[in-house]
Design a binder for this molecule. Sequence first.
Ligand code: BDR
Ligand code: CA
Length: 320
Amino acid sequence: MKRVLIDTDPGVDDALALIYAFKSPEIKVEAITTVNGNVNLETASHNLLIILNLLNLTEFPVIAKGEAQPLVKPLIDAKDVHGEDGLGNTRELMTSKGELKYDIAECQFSELSADDVILEMIDTYPYELIIVALGPLTNLSKAIQKDISCFRKVQSVYLMGGVFTEYGNITTNAEFNVFVDPHAAHEVFNAGIPIHIAPLDVTHQVELTGDRLKEELIGREDIISQFISDSTHAIMTFYQENVGFYGFHIHDALPIAMLNHPELFMSVDAHVQVETEGELTSGMTVADLRKPTVTDSNAIVYVEVDADSFLETYFKTILS
Ligand code: BDR
Ligand code: CA
């Protein structure tokens, strides 16, 4: 069983990744930290409580709020993709009894900030704790700035971010999480820790269509199925209008699958750097993936996934 801390900015695909992590027998979620990204920090933190409430947990993980701003760049969000509330405009849905359909869990945020919780968890489980980062890397960089020797005792960081061989999803060259805080990504990539990257190159290989989702959820009345159905409508409409298919990419679930089912992926060792300043290229991740035997590798970049098997195992796990 893998002990995991998840750093996240929920986000529809973050929600689907969190559900997957909690339902995975291979994983024990010890802590969750929130960061600004798809929505601001307060909304992301509120959304985490909504997601935790869906899961019917007997024991909550430690949860902590993190950074409300990127290290240097001005704040942006992705409400156009994820809805005004970050969860596909589900926040105000009511039941027939006049109650909130998706209420929040009664779980208190730690008094510690995310960077302190990250360091404390690494200290508690040295060389064992795995960090899964699903948003901008601001919290991780703050922890590195505070105590790099402690941070280096992390077993590894699995992150969704970057793009190498195709276009970005926020600018031509950049993927959203790295674009939001490239200075933080720069610190993480240069911290001297084992890093596993799920870039857009691999997350784009999994197209979760509206038809597939309908097929998987048909006849199901449970709250998780209802939430998935309700929360994905807005993002799939965005994709239909902007990307060309009614569906979406389930980006943030991929790092969880890399932990659970590494056999579904192909990866290469690479030396990855981030452009922090470029007028046109801010947030661009730069690596030559044609040289799988680099001697100065700082990351394992995942480049191929068996998309059918991933979707099969994903739905089997979350709907069990
Ligand atoms: C990443 O950006 C966010 O919108 C998603 O949640 C994911 O983490 C994809 O570029
Ligand atoms: Ca995310």
